[in-house]
Design a protein around this ligand. Structure first.
Ligand code: AVI
Length: 320
């Protein structure tokens, strides 16, 4: 986006902010307007997401933790001693700790775009697991990146919990799985958490919590655009809406303009009709059959699948 590039030069943004600027200008120029869910996670957004994970309505996190706890022995049984664990996106360490406690990993490689956060987490893990070598990699894991040379020897196990895969469009999910296989190499395995299709009311409530935390999380992306890109969104002029799209098996989060308004970002005007939406996130829900098909067409086969008793969430062990 040439226009955004020229503007960002004037503002002397760093590389990440320039990419953010280009995406925002490009995506808000489209019809329907959209924003990428990866921009939710600034410091405030990451904190709001942590609050979401403990909401009574938001079942995925606690259900996945339950599966990782109760199936810990089965997972440990398929992990070769001394393997290197590569986590794609590294937030709270609660889940990875469950694996590190039960399996005999020799190294842990958290990969995340946010370098500061990554290093703090790495230090805490080194303290609690003195025999574990921790090699953080600051990178956008949706693009190809190189693994540290130190782990070229041992077998690799990918870890992608939380149904983050569900925030990718199906073709992006497939591309990610292929790229992960490429990065991890021959003979790799992958432990991946995938949210399951279920009763629509349960899904709806999980993304429309009574306390309004999900609404604040969604609106925070506008706050971030105002702060980092000098936008002038009137936050109170927008409202949160999450709906379940049955045909496409996905929750959609939108920000809806309450009235006609116009917003200026980096010298460009974006006008909104009353009721117009910005589509900010899709969260795809898979059946076990559809996830199996996706994994297969992306170069993996399923070695094991585990779910909770109510079949709310699934954890899979894939082999390359
Ligand atoms: C991170 N991701 C898997 C969450 C999800 O459920 O799609 C993000 C989220 N959006 C709203 N609530 C939580």
């Amino acid at each position: 986006n040439v226009h955004a590039a020229a503007l960002t030069q004037v503002h002397r943004f760093d590389e990440a902010t320039s990419a953010f600027a280009g995406d925002v200008i490009g995506n808000l120029s489209q019809h329907p307007k959209r924003l990428s869910p990866k921009y939710f996670y600034d410091a405030a957004g990451s904190e709001l997401f942590e609050q979401i994970t403990v909401l009574p309505e938001y079942y995925p996190t606690r259900t996945e933790l339950g599966i990782l706890r109760s199936r810990g022995d089965a997972i440990a049984a398929i992990i070769p001693k001394g393997a290197a664990l590569v986590e794609f996106g590294a937030g709270a360490t609660t889940k990875v700790r469950l694996l590190l406690e039960r399996c005999e990993f020799g190294a842990y490689v958290p990969v995340d775009i946010s370098g500061d956060f990554l290093n703090a987490q790495a230090d805490a893990l080194r303290k609690d697991f003195p025999d574990l070598a921790v090699y953080p990699v600051a990178a956008d894991f949706t693009a190809p990146f190189a693994l540290p040379a130190e782990i070229s020897g041992p077998p690799k196990v990918g870890f992608f919990p939380g149904s983050t895969l569900g925030n990718f469009e199906p073709h992006e999910a497939s591309a990610f799985l292929r790229s992960a296989r490429q990065i991890l190499g021959e003979g790799a395995q992958m432990i991946i958490g995938v949210d399951l299709e279920k009763n629509e009311r349960v899904l709806y409530d999980a993304y429309n919590d009574a306390a309004g935390v999900t609404a604040r999380f969604n609106l925070n992306v506008l706050v971030r655009i105002n702060r980092e890109l000098g936008g002038n969104f009137d936050i109170s002029g927008f409202m949160h809406r999450s709906i379940y799209n049955r045909e496409r098996h996905r929750i959609e989060m939108h920000l809806i303009a309450k009235k006609a308004q116009s917003v200026r970002i980096l010298g460009q005007n974006f006008s909104f009709r009353p009721g117009e939406s910005i589509h900010t996130e899709s969260s795809y829900k898979y059946s076990l059959e559809r996830f199996t098909a996706l994994a297969r067409q992306s170069g993996w086969s399923i070695r094991d699948s585990w779910t909770d008793a109510e079949r709310m969430f699934s954890v899979h062990a894939l082999v390359a």
